[in-house]
Design a protein around this ligand. Sequence first.
Ligand code: C5P
Length: 330
Amino acid sequence: MPTTVRSFGKINLGLCIGARRKDGYHELRTIYQTVGLHDRVRVQVERGRGIRIRCEVAGVPQDDSNTCYQAAERLLAALGIKRRVTIEIEKRLPVQGGLGGASSNAVATMQALQHELKRELPLPERMRIAAEIGSDLPLFLIGGTVLGVSRGEEVYPLDDGPSFQCVIATPRIGISTPKAFADWDRTQRQRKLTARDASDRINWFSSAALLWLNGYLPRRLGLTGRSSSGVPVDFGGGRAENPLLELVRTGIANDFERVVFPQHPELRELKRTLQREGANYASLSGSGSAVYGLFGSRPAAVRAARKLAAEGTLAEATRTVTRREYWKHL
Ligand code: C5P
């Protein structure tokens, strides 16, 4: 019996690009959030050798450049096992869409393959393999709300708050992430911004994320107290407001919007539509082209998704997926 797993997408709640490093990657800070939109990955193991990829969607490679192929190959090697592996990908997440589809598929492959083989590679080893294949893979070994640092591959689980309604619009535009980074570098040079400026921005983003953790966590735990200056601090006690909303109120944004929106004004327009339709926060995800909005209620999210669909944009009302749900429904 083959093993089928859900391969959830992610959105980025803010993404700050720092300086280009000596290894060619950019220093990065972001908060990843897994969402309900997902592909399905089916893994079958038989006697023999070789890895086969099956996917009917154009643009998904079927050779060893496929992230699922690489994940399966490395997992088998690390476990010292030789088998014939067939990986079928049922795609709903857009290709080059900023929702981490290829990365998520690769991690889903590892999880399904482990299940098929009835063998498990320790998490740190799976993390290492994931990070070698791509910067956006390790987050999918954690799920829920995840802080990403370094080139995005160094991941830290954040508090697993309640789920949030969201609308994800997936225009049929593929955006190359390396090109988006190169465009970012060009704009930084044109504005004569230095590595020092880049590091200041990175630090600001980290502070905003920390401020959120400091404010939200005590509230969630129902704590009130006094600041070091003796001023009473009321964290609200009792029920906390939605943590994601508090997080986006810190003013975090996605730097890729500054290079992607000028080249694709229709994506900026999509963000505006989501805001007009009542999104509490709207943003490009990763380097795009997906644009999402966070909503206060399911009916509001469904209304906004319908409005976008009526305008001819693929859009779906879904929810953010907490870590607990992620592992329960994988
Ligand atoms: O790690 P991944 O293979 O997903 O990265 C794809 C490309 O995106 C890299 O080759 C690099 O050009 C760019 N990148 C970057 N800085 C990052 C992540 C990716 O410049 N932090």
